[in-house]
Design a protein around this ligand. Structure first.
Ligand code: PLP
Ligand code: COI
Length: 347
């Protein structure tokens, strides 16, 4: 077992033992390679360097209460990567290859899978990128598909605690009819600078509006948005939002709880009416918002409006209930009635 303090894990680029790799060229995927070489050798003209032909997925593996190992909903990530790859014009692994390589990555890095009882998991990062050397802006059917992993605890250093969010009036995440609904690396590149500014001001998350009219909520920079109003679970319907697997799962859990799910355009002013508001995604599961400020210019002091949901650090009743149900299923403490856990053998 690796010497890791499982209770102190964050969300970091932790170097494990093995990378799992395949190369699509001449119409086929090469035999899957598990290697301890953490370096890729690529042509400097490779598509990925110049034109950002690159996408990724994120999913978690759990050591469950009864000792079994479960990857959470890998079929969903496989399908989303296929959709993104089609957008980028590169070949994607089919579902079987995707899940096979994720499974191999876990099996070959087992000493980094956190034991049960530490609220930690092994985070898998499947990545797909175009490697064909070229200058022209044309798709080419050549790509690397690699799966790496890292033991992960809490994304923000705390498991269920509310944080502050900010709507930056001078930044957009995705153009209308653009790439916002695909998990491409380029979508994140534009968020690094505003994230740094927001973090320096004590905000944890950036909440982006629809970039056309800026009337509706799209999503956070690294997660979807949802809100609770009475017995309703409300989440934005927008072409520019990444279809989050966590959000989809939470919607199903909300229905199980007898809640009504509304997936529809959500106006910014509605923030005043919500009982709870939160970010959701694989890495964070749920990050409740204590408050969300609107700043016309992120870099300036002026806060145009502030919507408060919870005292700092506190968490609403419904977010707590949803969080406990989803993590309970992931850790095998609660019955997996929907069949979300994909169990794998140790070897
Ligand atoms: N939205 C964005 C922009 C993300 O980066 C993520 C993270 O993966 C999500 C939403 C949440 O998606 P998922 O729940 O599938 O992890
Ligand atoms: C995830 O939640 O899996 C993510 O990919 C978030 C990451 C972009 C920070």
């Amino acid at each position: 077992m690796a010497e890791i303090n499982w209770d102190k894990l964050g969300f970091d680029a932790y170097r494990t033992r093995t990378v799992v790799l395949s190369h699509y060229k001449d119409g086929q995927w090469s035999p899957v390679e598990t290697t301890e070489n953490f370096s890729f050798t690529l042509d400097p003209f490779a598509q990925v360097f110049h034109y950002a032909i690159s996408c990724f997925e994120g999913l978690k593996t759990f050591r469950q209460k009864d000792g079994r190992i479960a990857i959470f909903r890998p079929d969903q990530n496989a399908a989303r990567m296929q959709r993104t790859a089609k957008f980028l014009g590169i070949p994607a692994p089919d579902k079987d290859l995707f899940i096979k390589m994720c499974t191999l990555c876990v099996q070959n890095n087992l000493e980094f899978l956190p034991p049960y009882g530490h609220q930690a998991s092994l985070y898998l990062r499947p990545m797909l990128f175009g490697v064909h050397p070229q200058m022209q802006l044309v798709p080419y059917p050549e790509a690397y598909f690699a799966v790496i992993c890292a033991p992960a605890g809490s994304y923000y250093g705390e498991h269920l605690k509310s944080f502050a969010g900010v709507i930056p009036g001078n930044y957009d995440r995705a153009a209308p009819k653009g790439s916002g609904s695909y998990k491409i690396g380029a979508n994140y590149a534009a968020t690094f600078k505003p994230y740094k500014t927001a973090h320096d001001q004590g905000y944890t998350e950036l909440l982006y509006l629809n970039s056309g009219t800026r009337e509706f909520i799209d999503e956070f920079g690294s997660s979807n948005f949802f809100a609770i109003k009475g017995n309703k679970y409300i989440t934005p319907l927008s072409d520019s939002v990444l279809p989050s697997i966590t959000n989809k799962t939470l919607q199903e859990v909300a229905v199980d709880f007898g809640m009504e799910v509304e997936k529809r355009p959500v106006r910014v002013e509605e923030l005043a009416e919500f009982d709870e508001a939160a970010a959701c995604g694989t890495a964070v599961v749920i990050t409740p918002m204590s408050h969300i400020d609107i700043k016309p210019v992120l870099e300036e002091d002026k806060v145009e409006k502030s919507y408060r949901f919870m005292p700092d650090g506190e968490v609403g009743e419904v977010c707590t209930k949803l969080y406990k149900r989803i993590t309970g299923i992931q850790f095998g403490e609660l019955e997996d009635t929907h069949g979300w856990c994909y169990h794998i053998e140790e070897k």
